[in-house]
Design a protein. Structure first.
Length: 95
């Protein structure tokens, strides 16, 4: 499930519940980081109280995201609108 939060101008945020039975391990983490790096914006991922730079594959894998975990993905920067659309699509189709 993806929930969009547009309360703050210049910031795009959504919540996503991971449905992939394997969670976000090395291969999907690589897909996500590659997608994040296509855009000129900051990407922050939150899981519980942990907050990481979404463009850092080791930090992303370190979140140990499992099936049914909820993550919050925040985009801020020049291409945030394009990034949020592309990443939502990637998550829905692959995770």
């Amino acid at each position: 499930m993806i929930i969009i939060d547009r309360r703050r101008e210049g910031l795009k945020k959504f919540q996503y519940e991971v449905v992939n039975p394997q969670g976000i391990h090395a291969a999907p983490a690589s897909l996500l980081v590659n997608e994040f790096n296509k855009f000129h914006c900051n990407v922050i991922i939150e899981k519980g109280k942990k907050v990481i730079d979404g463009k850092d594959i080791f930090a992303l894998m370190g979140l140990n995201i499992k099936q049914n975990d909820t993550i919050v993905v925040t985009f801020e920067g020049k291409e945030e609108n394009e990034a949020v659309k592309a990443v939502e699509r990637l998550l829905k189709e692959n995770l």
